[in-house]
Design a protein around this ligand. Structure first.
Ligand SMILES: *Cc1c(COP(=O)(O)O)cnc(C)c1O
Length: 398
C-alpha cells in the first residue's frame, strides 16, 4: 500500500485504513461484536478452512483490531502485527511461541518486573531457562549464548535504570548464531526507535504506555515477519486467548494519531527536568540517556530519535527518604505505568520491581533510593516546581 512510503507522522493517522471501505467514516468504525454471521453453511466451511477471507469470531480476528494491527506493522516497518489484551499477554504469547522445554532465553540485564516473573514461571514449570547479560560487547553476548539459546530478549532503555543496549551489536551476533532478537520497545515507542529497521526480528509494546498515551487502556502489540505473526495468531494467541477488546483497539487507534506530537513534548519536558534535577543537591545520580555526559549517549544518538520521557534518579538517602519525596508531591501522581499525559512517579524497589528478589534487584542496579519519573505533558515549569519543593525536603534534612 501507498502507506508504506509515508512518514510516521502520517502513518499513525492513516495507516491501514481507507474510509472508502467504511461508508466514508473518517475514523475507523468500532466493531463491538463477538462473532460474525455466515450467509450459508458452505461459507462458514470455507472460512474455517481458510479458503475464503473474512471474519469468524473476535478471538480469531476483528475488523477494528485488524486496522490497529495493520497500522502498527506499517509504523514499525514490519510485515505484520498482532494486538493483545495487555503487554504481558503479548510478551507471553511471543516467548511461549518461540520456546519449548530445554530451551534458553538470553535477556538484557534488567527486564520489566512481570517479564522477570514470567521467565521464572517458564523455568519452574517448563524447564525453559534464562540468563542475563549486559550485552555491552560482542564478546559479552557471544559468551552468554549457548546451543540452547532460542531467543535474545532485549529491553532498551531498560526499566528502570535507563541503560541502553546497542541493537546493531546484538543483531550482528544474533545473525551469526541464527537466534531471533525480540525487543520490548515500550519505553521508546515506535516514534523514537524502530528495531525492525535495525535488523531485529520481533518488536513488542505494552501499548498501555505511550501508544495509548491517555492512561485508559491496558493492551499489547507485537510486530514481526508475517510467518511468525501468523504462527502466533494461530497458536499462543488463539489458544491461550489474551486478546484485546475491539473498544480498546479503537482507543489505541485514536491514541496513535497523536503519538509523534506527544512524544516530542514528553522528550522536551524530560530534557528540561533532567537538566534541573542534575543540579539539585538532593540528587545522587541521574539515569537519563539524553544527558551528554551519560556514557551511553552515543548509543542513544545512533538508535533513537530522542532520549524519551523517562528519567530515573537516586536521591541522597534510602527507602524512607525516597518515600518521603513521593509523599511531598502535590501535582505529580504516585503511580506505576508511564507514558501518560500526567507526570507519574514511582519507587521501583517497592513497586514495579518488588517481585524481583533483592539480590537480583541489586544486580540490575535497582537500589532503595531510586525513583522513576515518567514526565508528562504538563508545563515543565509546573512539573519542576512540584518536584523541587519535594526534593528540597532532602536538602533541609541534611
Ligand atoms: C508495562 C510494561 C510491560 C507490561 O505491559 P502491560 O500492558 O502492563 O501488561 C512490559 N514491558 C514494559 C517495558 C512495560 O513498561
Amino acid at each position: 500500500m501507498a502507506n508504506e512510503e509515508k512518514k510516521i507522522e502520517t502513518t499513525v493517522i492513516h495507516g491501514g485504513y481507507d474510509s472508502k471501505n467504511h461508508n466514508g467514516s473518517l475514523t475507523p468504525p468500532l466493531f463491538q461484536t463477538s462473532t460474525f454471521t455466515f450467509e450459508t453453511a458452505e461459507q462458514g466451511e470455507r472460512r474455517f478452512a481458510g479458503a475464503e477471507d473474512g471474519f469468524i469470531y473476535s478471538r480469531l480476528g476483528n475488523p477494528t483490531v485488524r486496522t490497529l494491527e495493520e497500522r502498527i506493522a506499517l509504523i514499525e516497518g514490519a510485515e505484520a502485527g498482532l494486538a493483545f489484551g495487555s503487554g504481558m499477554a503479548a510478551v507471553s504469547a511471543v516467548l511461549l511461541a518461540l520456546t519449548k522445554s530445554g530451551d534458553h532465553i538470553l535477556c538484557s540485564k534488567g527486564v520489566y518486573g512481570c517479564t522477570f516473573g514470567l521467565l521464572e514461571l517458564m523455568n519452574e514449570k517448563y524447564n525453559i531457562t534464562h540468563s542475563f547479560s549486559n550485552m555491552d560487547s560482542e564478546q559479552a553476548i557471544e559468551d552468554a549464548i549457548s546451543f540452547d539459546t532460542k531467543v535474545i530478549y532485549v529491553e532498551t532503555p531498560i526499566n528502570p535504570t535507563m541503560a541502553l543496549i546497542d541493537l546493531e551489536l546484538v543483531v550482528k551476533v544474533a545473525r551469526k548464531y541464527n537466534v531471533p532478537v525480540v525487543v520490548d520497545n515500550t519505553f521508546s515507542s515506535p516514534y523514537l526507535q524502530q528495531p525492525i529497521k535495525l535488523g531485529c526480528d520481533i518488536v513488542i509494546h505494552s501499548a498501555t504506555k505511550y501508544i495509548g498515551g491517555h492512561g485508559d487502556v491496558i493492551a499489547g502489540l507485537v510486530v514481526g515477519k508475517a510467518e511468525f505473526i501468523n504462527n502466533v495468531a494461530m497458536t499462543t494467541k488463539k489458544d491461550i486467548g489474551g486478546i484485546i477488546s475491539p473498544f480498546d483497539a479503537w482507543l489505541l487507534l485514536r491514541g496513535l494519531k497523536t503519538l509523534p506530537v506527544r512524544m516530542d513534548r514528553h522528550c522536551s519536558n524530560a530534557a528540561k527536568i533532567a537538566e534541573l534535577l542534575k543540579q539539585h543537591e538532593g540528587i545522587e545520580e541521574l539515569y537519563y540517556p539524553g544527558d551528554p555526559n551519560n556514557p551511553q549517549y552515543e548509543i542513544m544518538k545512533k538508535q533513537m530519535k530522542q532520549a524519551g520521557g523517562l528519567i530515573s534518579f537516586t536521591i541522597n538517602g534510602g527507602k524512607e527518604e525516597a518515600q518521603r519525596v513521593l509523599n511531598e508531591l502535590k501535582l505529580i501522581k504516585i503511580a506505576v505505568s508511564l507514558g501518560d499525559a500526567e507526570t507519574l512517579i514511582q519507587h521501583p524497589a517497592t513497586m514495579t520491581h518488588a517481585v524481583v528478589p533483592e539480590e537480583e534487584r541489586k544486580k540490575m542496579g535497582i537500589t532503595d533510593n531510586m525513583i522513576r519519573l515518567s514526565v508528562g505533558l504538563e508545563a515543565w515549569e509546573d512539573i519542576w516546581s512540584d518536584l523541587k519543593q519535594a526534593l528540597d525536603v532532602l536538602v533541609l534534612k541534611k
